[in-house]
Design a protein around this ligand. Sequence first.
Ligand code: ADP
Ligand code: MG
Length: 451
Amino acid sequence: MSVQVQTPWQAGTECVANYDFQRRTDQDLPFTKGEVLTIVAVTRDPNWYKAKNKVGQVGFIPANYVQKREGVKAGTKLSLMPWFHGKITREQAERLLYPPETGLFLVRESTNYPGDYTLCVSCEGKVEHYRIIYKSGKLTIDEEAYFDNLMQLVEHYTNDADGLCTSLMKPKLMEGTVAAQDEFSRSGWALKMKDLTLLQTIGKGEFGDVMLGDYRGSKVAVKCIKNDATAQAFVAEALVMTQLRHKNLVQLLGVIVEDKSSLFIVTEFMAKGSLVDYLRSRGRSVLGGECLLKFSLDVSEGMEYLEDNNFVHRDLAARNVLVSEDNIAKVSDFGLTKEASATQDTSKLPVKWTAPEALREKLFSTKSDVWSFGILLWEIYSFGRVPYPRIALKDVVPRVEKGYKMDAPDGCPAIVYELMKQCWHLDSNQRPSFRKLREQLEHIKAKELYQ
Ligand code: ADP
Ligand code: MG
């Protein structure tokens, strides 16, 4: 017989409490369900660890009360609608729902009525196919109950058969996908809605509102989804964020997928908003050279971490850098971040920030992020101006391809302008790495060359 020996958790490992724990001695650290704790040290007893809570209190905790937090494995296909099988035929659906099991279901695109869907449910040995009609922006089966999206529809018929042969009991999962909710729970990133209070809207994202919230007494930012198609993009963003941890990256706190019709991504709250707004509103009279250099250095450190971990951001710009209460700049908006090598649709790209080879041939790399970093430096030193002023958007790419580079912003130290120009090498191999950029910025800081 083999005994499974669990490798001990290292100092720095994060855990989430699965139960409340009351202290037995004053050396114990009490905690409540849902709290995040950081391991400080192992003890002689493998069932106990020394840990630290959010406010810095240290004590012993029982290992079986907590769950280790992990990054969700890269490449996992998380789906909010794992029961959605896309364009498959009636016959394929019936094969998928075999052997019969009452309540087993899937949703497919309708073959007879393009634009509509079909709900297929196994029921006492037979498969029923219900047409889901798309009618003036809503989905319905019986023209009595209407839904904004498939997730809401499935939620409804899970709770109540409401005229169907059975309620929906068990999703037939699409091959290769994992239910997002299950995976976030398993890896320790699922938060509870009851612990979160939404307070006010603080930003408008492309996909939905960003709200200020209170999570167990801490201020947090909450990205709220608008509908099901975009929710899937949010899941991808959250997945990336579970794998990243650095002081200059906006930190993910968790995800709420409880209510099937909504998805919330909870991150640390960045009190001073986006860097571009910060630069514009304070301006030259408030922000000195030391401060601009500090922001540049902060971003370079976050990007060096991404470089070391083979993550390409693809949308680095001052609008996607946020500033914390204590003036630390952190990179955010990982929506487009993919592990190096993946390619994507170029039609929606921010032209003025994107490297020429990325626009032309979809060649995204850490070196195309370096190009964007050069533009970001220009934004910082021009206090948030839009790049390529006075050049029409359609002329930007042709001129850049011919070697045009922006002038130094007014008052920008020559040594910083040199860095920008290195980032804008047409040959991506000639651009410096983020490590190099960070070292040079540190050098400028140490020698006080930022005046
Ligand atoms: P999108 O992905 O659509 O660009 P963002 O993540 O950039 O959305 O968020 C839009 C705006 O919401 C930001 O410009 C910022 O003003 C605000 N915001 C986003 N995240 C936070 C945060 N963690 N703290 C404070 N404000 C935030
Ligand atoms: Mg953004």
